[in-house]
Design a protein around this ligand. Structure first.
Ligand SMILES: Cc1cc2nc3c(=O)[nH]c(=O)nc-3n(C[C@H](O)[C@H](O)[C@H](O)COP(=O)(O)OP(=O)(O)OC[C@H]3O[C@@H](n4cnc5c(N)ncnc54)[C@H](O)[C@@H]3O)c2cc1C
Length: 433
């Protein structure tokens, strides 16, 4: 039996190196660079490329990938430990070759791309020479894919795409889009959609707007219109109608990686508030000595530790089963808990910093905004709760009777029946002295 909470010493050394590197060399980037997607920016090239080279030398580049794609094949448990460190700095994912949406798009191309697509798009994507977009959400419906209207229609040797997509991360910088489009409107909802690889310079792609998310200066979420966008038949990734199955390739792992980094962000806010409450005086003593402050510190610590355990167990189960269906509930559960953890821990940290906490001199408001992003970007929390509940309830069977077997009278009757001989024997013995 193995039930272990230790990190092996060799990997711990790598984690220690990563923690120092992220703190000293990567975190400063976010104060001089704005967008982690703008790889053509000369300052990005100057500052980020040498750090990426150092990460490669340390064998920590794109660790989510298998060795044949240039990763280390570490598995999710090691990734969890590493990603918690990466969550402490905004540029850490790009410096370590693990930036969304590129990380998930690379997994799709690796699995479903043709050799020519891999050469033209996957290779430079893995090297972070280009970035990419995952184009799925539509203005009239994001959570519910049956609302998607973007169509891809076969025409000769091509697919012709028409429709609109919005909130597409990295849109202004992407060299290609992976577009989710309806290819068979008459099929069951799960078989209506397909994925297509569309180079960003294909005629017919128009940017209607680019939105900013709170806390980021550079707008980087595009609203695209596709008008008669024509791509060859071979642009389809996976079989027609298999868009959802292909999407799972990226969303399963990606959701866990987001959660791991969110944990790192929450831990960072917690470290700040711990330093603050032992430094600040109020009404004759340290903040840290007030019981209502201690309650907030205790609640945050407990929530962080609970979440880390749930995450690590999920990571372990992904490695152990290597079967998405077996870990669907675990992944949905961490998706539910992730925004709440970040929100609650950061809100306490903000509050305990007083006015300073809500000012633009501290990062808490941006972190709170990020907690809302985390509750939406991979689908809203409500949908993940539905998954947890459905997966849980299917292991139960309905009661055949009006009064359930677990009612106390039923239990009493069952116990009386089970022990009847013994109880009758004892009663007889008692009657006969
Ligand atoms: C920062 C950021 C980056 C993003 N990047 C991308 C990207 O790169 N590519 C992409 O395709 N999309 C992206 N998105 C979009 C994201 O996938 C959608 O926002 C998400 O799927 C929710 O869709 P919606 O915004 O249309 O919300 P809606 O579907 O309108 O839902 C709004 C709210 O309604 C409630 N709700 C919805 N359905 C249910 C239900 N069944 N039961 C109960 N309540 C429900 C929830 O509270 C939900 O938050 C991004 C979003 C953000 C915020």
């Amino acid at each position: 039996m193995t039930w272990d909470f230790q990190t092996d010493p060799d990997f711990q050394q790598k984690l220690d190196w990563a923690a120092t590197f992220v703190r000293e060399d990567v975190e400063p980037l976010q104060y001089v660079l704005d967008s982690a997607y703008d790889v053509a920016n000369p300052l990005f090239q100057r500052l980020v490329r040498p750090l990426q080279a150092e990460v490669r030398r340390q064998k920590l580049w794109a660790c989510h990938l298998e060795p044949e794609l240039g990763g280390e094949g570490y598995g999710q448990v090691k990734l969890a430990l590493l990603n918690e460190i990466l969550g402490r700095a905004r540029f850490a994912p790009v410096v370590f070759g693990a930036q969304a949406p590129d990380s998930g798009n690379a997994e799709i191309l690796a699995r479903f791309g043709t050799p020519e697509q891999k050469e033209r798009f996957l290779k430079p994507l893995l090297a972070n020479e280009i970035v990419s977009a995952f184009s799925m959400t539509e203005p009239q419906g994001g959570s519910d894919p049956t609302q998607f209207r973007t169509m891809a229609v076969a025409d000769g040797d091509d697919w012709v795409i028409n429709g609109e997509k919005w909130f597409i991360s990295s849109g202004p910088f992407a060299a290609f889009h992976i577009v989710m489009a309806v290819t068979d409107p008459e099929a069951k909802p799960v078989n209506r959609l397909s994925m297509l690889l569309v180079p960003a310079d294909t005629p017919g792609i128009e940017t209607l707007r680019v939105s900013s998310i709170a806390g980021h200066r550079t707008p980087s979420h595009s609203y695209f219109r596709y008008t008669d966008v024509r791509v060859p038949r071979a642009s389809m990734l996976g079989a027609p109608g298999q868009g959802f199955a292909v999407a799972q390739t990226r969303l399963g792992g990606g959701r866990v990686h987001h959660a791991m980094r969110t944990l790192g962000e929450a831990q960072k806010a917690f470290d700040m508030v711990c330093e603050r409450v032992i430094s600040r005086q109020a009404q004759g003593g340290r903040l840290a000595d007030k019981q209502m402050v201690q309650e907030k510190i205790a609640d945050s610590w407990i929530e962080i530790e609970q979440f880390r355990l749930l995450l690590m167990r999920t990571a372990w189960r992904i490695d152990h089963y290597n079967d998405y269906l077996k870990v669907r509930r675990d992944i949905a559960a961490i998706k539910v808990q992730m925004p709440k953890l970040l929100h609650d821990v950061v809100a306490r940290a903000l509050h305990l910093h007083g006015a300073y906490g809500i000012s633009d001199e501290l990062p808490f408001l941006g972190m709170i905004a990020n907690s809302y992003v985390m509750g939406l970007a991979d689908g809203p929390t409500e949908l993940h709760k539905v998954t947890v509940a459905r997966q849980t309830l299917r292991d139960y069977t309905p009661s055949p009777d009006l009064f359930p077997d677990y009612s106390l009278p039923s239990r009493q009757a069952a116990a009386d029946e089970k022990f009847r001989d013994l109880l009758e024997g004892l009663a007889l013995e008692a009657a006969h002295g």
